[in-house]
Design a protein around this ligand. Structure first.
Ligand code: 13P
Ligand code: ZN
Length: 281
């Protein structure tokens, strides 16, 4: 039996965190990722059958008791994760009481899960209610999207419609739109609760002046979701650099064509334009 370090899960996490770093979305220790694995997936590899350490967590995660997560460590640099996966990530199992995790692999220099782990677990709980295939929570700092939170009113509808209008792929990839919460202190249960509440309706939640939380069935899909949001934010930024005057854009009729062509179930509330959320006046 192969050791867990040779599993596709460690390889995919190392690859994804490296891509996040190379994209410039995870400077220093910025960003964190958690990937849910099943018991069978974990047990197919050696080195995962005994508890190495018990690590307390500061909220009740009993709804996830027995579930396994491969998670990035707090303070760890994404640029290094590809070279030191066993140091910079860990495989944990949520305890029955939900107040600690059992470390099964990794964090071999005494490390611990990301400071945003409560926000991850709360978001996993909410997304699992919406989608039994939910696997990934990804937090990162995409530059253009974060910049927009200084210049665009902090409204989910305003952000969603603006990003939808930047590229036809946007409404196809995130037809429900994206959620925006107020600015809050990171690393707290409060920001986790607010994020998870938004995750009821959205797979992408914007943290103003900070970054994004995204959810999905796989690392690739979740990464692709963030990539698409950030691409639209980059186009928005570039428009501002070109003087910011929008003469023409994707119209509501164009949205209808995309919905029909790709059989989308978009957020109906966001489909209705109103004066406060319009890009082209
Ligand atoms: P961690 O190093 O604890 O994962 O924190 C990084 C971060 O981006 C906090 O929001
Ligand atoms: Zn962050």
């Amino acid at each position: 039996m192969k050791d867990f370090i040779e599993s596709p899960y460690v390889r995919d996490m190392a690859k994804t965190t490296n891509n996040l770093y190379r994209h410039g979305w995870d400077e220093r220790n910025g960003g964190n990722v958690s990937l849910r694995l099943t018991k069978e997936e974990v047990e197919a590899f050696s080195g995962t059958d005994k508890v190495l350490r018990e690590i307390p967590i500061k909220f009740d995660a009993s709804e996830l008791a027995g579930k396994y997560y491969l998670v990035t460590g707090t303070g760890r640099y994404f640029k290094n994760m590809i070279d030191y996966p066993e140091r910079d990530m860990g495989l944990v199992r949520i305890s029955d009481a939900g107040n600690r995790v059992d470390l099964m692999w990794g964090f071999n220099d005494g490390g611990e899960p990301t400071s945003e782990f409560p926000a991850h677990l709360m978001s996993h709980i909410e997304r699992l209610k919406q989608n039994p295939n939910q696997r990934v929570i990804m937090h990162c700092h995409p530059t253009n999207l974060v910049a927009m939170t200084f210049t665009v009113p902090l409204s989910s509808k305003r952000f969603s419609r603006t990003l939808w209008k930047m590229h036809p792929e946007s409404i196809v990839v995130f037809p429900e739109g994206i959620g925006v919460i107020p600015y809050m202190c990171p690393g707290t249960n409060e920001i986790g609760e607010k994020t998870a509440a938004k995750m009821r309706d959205f797979r992408v939640v914007v943290w103003p002046h900070h970054g994004v939380f995204a959810a999905g069935d796989s690392l690739d899909e979740t990464y692709g979701l963030v990539e698409t949001v950030e691409k639209s934010a980059l186009i928005y930024t570039t428009i501002q650099q070109q003087g910011g005057v929008i003469l023409q854009s994707i119209t509501d009729k164009d949205f209808r064509d995309l919905i029909k062509r790709f059989d989308l179930k978009p957020n109906e509330e966001f489909l209705t334009p109103d004066a406060a959320t319009e890009l082209v006046k």
